[in-house]
Design a protein around this ligand. Structure first.
Ligand SMILES: [Zn+2]
Length: 314
């Protein structure tokens, strides 16, 4: 008895590998063992796959189809590192200009660019939405995947592995740079690593120190800018039982909000900025700020009672 049901397959994709988009005539069954059937949250499924994707031995304890996909993609990246490296090290025009004789082409010759494109497409391919008998499979994607320039990697570490293999960068250098500048600025770390492919230990340390220094200087500048934006002499203002807190008035001044109409126009910005306060607290402070602006329309009140009058543009 077959326990796995085929996922729904759009007619135009009926011979397509769900994992990489190549022609398929094999399948991947998930989850791997009957003992996991109860843990995956949907019926056991079979997905059309090409011979290569189907032959990847994914870990038998995986309970998420997305984790399976990540492992298969990683296997493809590993296998085609050389092909992918063509595009990481060359542009198409450089290949044409070199008349396909560069030694880094690894003997691929004229088909080099094509081979790069095929490998890249397979790695980037995102299958179609999963469903069984027209009922969507709600499989939450909880994998810690990392996306860079349109390609999804199983994690930041496999992305680093990829560029180590495909682009020949120094793994230790790239890893340390990513630690310093965070994965959000991966392209910056990669650029430095690509410029320093064969580094000695001494040179690597020097680069890391330099980037560390740059980063701490950058942090200081940002902090100074933030402090400069917010006037530390502001005092809170209470009107009719509501209070405009110091932070709300500072925000208004920093954003050049000077009257009710301008405040209204930036209402969404205000609530985005103070989201961390939670709804009621953000609303109360906004309300206090509104009342403050209202009462500021009265010149006499401003003159006699506004503790911040000298900070507002007149
Ligand atoms: Zn495939």
């Amino acid at each position: 008895m077959t326990q796995y049901s085929y996922i729904d397959i759009p007619f135009n994709l009926r011979h397509t590998c769900w994992f990489c988009g190549e022609p398929s005539n094999h399948c991947v069954e998930f989850p791997k063992t009957a003992s996991l059937f109860a843990k995956v949250g949907h019926a056991p499924i079979a997905l059309p796959a090409c011979k290569e994707c189907a032959s990847v031995k994914y870990a038998k304890d995986l309970t998420s189809i997305w984790a399976v996909r990540d492992q298969i993609k990683h296997a493809l990246i590993d296998k085609y590192a050389k092909h992918l490296g063509i595009g990481e090290n060359w542009t198409e025009q450089e290949l044409i200009d070199s008349e396909f004789t560069g030694s880094t082409l690894g003997g691929f010759g004229r088909s080099a660019w094509k081979m790069y494109q095929i490998a890249k497409q397979r790695v980037e391919y995102q299958g179609w939405p999963l469903s069984l008998d027209n009922i969507a499979i709600e499989a939450y994607d909880e994998t810690s995947g990392f996306e860079f320039e349109g390609t999804r990697y199983a994690s930041i570490h496999s992305c680093i592995d990829y560029f180590t293999k495909a682009a020949g960068v120094d793994k230790e250098l790239l890893s340390e740079l990513v630690n310093i500048v965070s994965s959000e600025r991966f392209s910056y770390a990669l650029r430095i690593a690509k410029l320093n492919k064969n580094v000695s230990n001494t040179k690597r340390l020097a680069i890391v120190d330099e980037v560390l220094l740059q980063e701490s200087e950058q942090q200081e500048i940002l902090l100074e800018q933030a402090n400069a934006m917010f006037n530390p002499n502001i005092e809170e203002v209470s009107v009719a039982g509501s209070t405009a807190p110091v932070f709300a008035i500072q925000w208004a001044l920093a954003n050049k909000v000077e009257d009710l109409a301008q405040l209204c126009a930036l209402e969404d910005d205000y609530f985005d900025y103070f989201e961390h306060l939670g709804g009621p607290a953000a609303f109360m402070s906004y309300n206090g700020l509104q009342l403050y602006f209202e009462v500021r329309q009265n010149a006499e009140w401003v003159e006699q009672s506004d503790p911040n009058k000298q900070y507002w543009p007149s």
